[in-house]
Design a protein around this ligand. Sequence first.
Ligand SMILES: [Zn+2]
Ligand SMILES: [Zn+2]
Length: 57
Amino acid sequence: MVKELNCNSCNTKITNLVGSVRFKCPKCGESEIVRCAHCKKIVARYNCPLCNFTGPN
Ligand SMILES: [Zn+2]
Ligand SMILES: [Zn+2]
């Protein structure tokens, strides 16, 4: 079963987007953060829904 993924910052579907990234929250390591290539490029903020970590900063 494929989970639909949305960018954590702009909420764009990244299912078939090239250059998007997925990584675990650097603070709690529990939540998976998803970012599209665009938000990665402009360094858009993301936040962890589990521990409220906000990055990248
Ligand atoms: Zn995005
Ligand atoms: Zn977290």
